[in-house]
Write a protein that binds this ligand. Structure first.
Ligand SMILES: Cc1cc2nc3c(=O)[nH]c(=O)nc-3n(C[C@H](O)[C@H](O)[C@H](O)COP(=O)(O)OP(=O)(O)OC[C@H]3O[C@@H](n4cnc5c(N)ncnc54)[C@H](O)[C@@H]3O)c2cc1C
Length: 413
């Protein structure tokens, strides 16, 4: 295969940059396009920073459907809906419901596990040329809950056991020993000691981006409006220019759908909106990320302070930030920890989510020189490098030894 082929990538989030770096390792010529400066306020900047190789059980589970109405109407719950978006959300919602059978849940869990299991080694491989001192902590990740009804928790624990995921069910005393500053509000939890967390996802992203530039990669700050073709060669169309490539990758997270729609592929990508706030100078209160599972939020100790992250809000890409969701995060954080100061930095971000909770990775259905890498929902920060490694292997015609069919966009046709 000719390694001098030119590859264009749209999206400088963790997916786009990871794809570019793995392709550079194979000698390809890379250009990344992004309408913003890398590290600006997109999902790859504002996420909770968890590296979660254990998180293979999807949200679509048989038991979730009966819980949804109560979650939607609870002010401290994890779920919210912008009602003006409901009509647009219905087709996605119907497909989500179809994916809530035990069989479909296990299909997603197995195929998430296949890539999650390789996620940390791929991160280490990608980061071996940058200095991450002080930016990644390896203290594990702790999930706690305070509902007495453990039906749902048991299902997740059993599925993870079946998949061979390393997990430790912990008692209230063990939780207290791990995180003594959390108020004694919990009844139980699970500790994943192989979980890691980023103390500043933006800094890590920018270090990877600098490495890409150092290795000869090119970056153009431009919005890609459309994709056209010269024979079989794809062309990125910006407001004023055209850029022709041998191959291109669409890796612009929740925004990818605008481009795939133009390519005549109806991929049901939508967004689960999520929020964060910071409590400055409080990161000493926790030693690791703690996720309060039945309220659907988590707190990560970061350089910015404690980053409180959560909410799944269905409301599309254009609705404004919901103040009620920010309030929800603040109240939940104060329920968990005493003596928090005024919060700072209200942020809204967009998780790119498909209704079967598997990403889309691989060639386009209609155009052999176009590849997709998006839809990593709650796990895109963890899955950036392994996704880049997989796509680079596909483009280089290498055998990845993985079953990649479950991630193909063809599953929606
Ligand atoms: C609240 C929240 C918490 C999360 N926590 C975690 C976590 O702890 N662990 C985890 O693994 N994952 C987490 N995630 C998920 C993770 O952040 C995302 O899945 C991941 O960042 C998506 O990366 P991406 O590169 O696909 O997209 P993005 O980070 O959204 O990047 C897409 C890029 O494409 C650019 N772009 C879009 N359209 C165009 C266009 N037409 N032309 C040019 N440029 C364009 C954008 O400017 C952007 O830079 C979280 C997400 C949220 C919202």
């Amino acid at each position: 295969m000719d390694k001098n082929i030119k590859i264009g990538i749209v999206g400088a989030g963790i997916q786009g940059i990871s794809n570019a770096l793995f392709l550079q390792k194979k000698g390809f010529d890379l250009t990344i396009f992004d309408r913003d400066t890398p590290g600006s306020h997109v999902a790859s900047y504002g996420n909770a920073g968890h590296f979660s190789p254990y998180a293979s059980v999807p949200i679509n589970r048989p038991d979730i459907l009966s819980d949804i109405p109560a979650m939607l109407f609870s002010s401290n719950g994890p779920l919210a809906l912008k009602w003006n978006y409901l009509p647009k959300m219905i087709p996605w919602g119907l497909q989500f419901i179809k994916n809530c059978t035990t069989e479909k849940m296990m299909h997603t869990a197995r195929n998430m596990h296949q890539i999650l299991d390789l996620a940390l080694p791929a991160y280490d491989e990608l980061c071996d040329e940058i200095n991450l001192d002080g930016l990644v902590e390896r203290n594990g990740i702790l999930y706690i809950w305070n509902d007495q009804n453990l039906k749902s928790r048991e299902l997740e624990i059993n599925v993870r056991n079946e998949l061979g995921v390393d997990q430790q069910v912990v008692t209230p005393k063990e939780i207290h020993d791990l995180e003594p500053n959390i108020k004694p509000i919990y009844h139980g939890g699970v500790y994943y000691k192989n979980g890691r967390h980023a103390r500043n996802p933006k800094k890590i992203l920018l270090k990877l981006f600098d490495l890409f530039l150092k290795k000869g990669g090119k970056f153009l700050k431009m919005n890609i409006k459309d994709i056209q073709f010269d024979a079989e060669k794809p062309i990125f169309i910006t407001e004023t220019q055209r850029f022709i490539f041998d191959k291109i990758i669409i890796a612009c997270g929740a925004f990818s759908k605008k481009l795939t729609d133009n390519l005549d592929e109806k991929i049901p990508l939508d967004t689960e909106r999520g929020y964060h706030v910071h409590f400055k100078d409080c990161d000493h209160l926790l030693s690791r990320p703690v996720i309060f599972q039945n309220r659907g939020f988590g707190i990560t100790p970061m350089e910015q302070g404690l980053r409180v992250v959560g909410t799944v809000e269905f409301g599309g890409l254009d609705n404004p930030l919901s103040k009620s969701r920010i309030k929800n995060l603040i109240n939940n954080a104060k329920y968990m920890l005493d003596d928090l100061p005024e919060h700072e930095d209200e942020w809204l971000g967009f998780r790119p989510s498909l209704p079967d909770f598997l990403p889309v990775m691989g060639p386009s259905k209609n155009y052999k020189n176009i590849y997709y890498c998006f839809g990593h929902h709650h796990l895109g920060w963890t899955l950036g490098p392994i996704s880049g490694k997989i796509i680079s292997g596909m483009i280089a015609n290498e055998n990845t030894n993985l079953n990649l069919d479950p991630y193909s966009s063809k599953r929606f046709s």
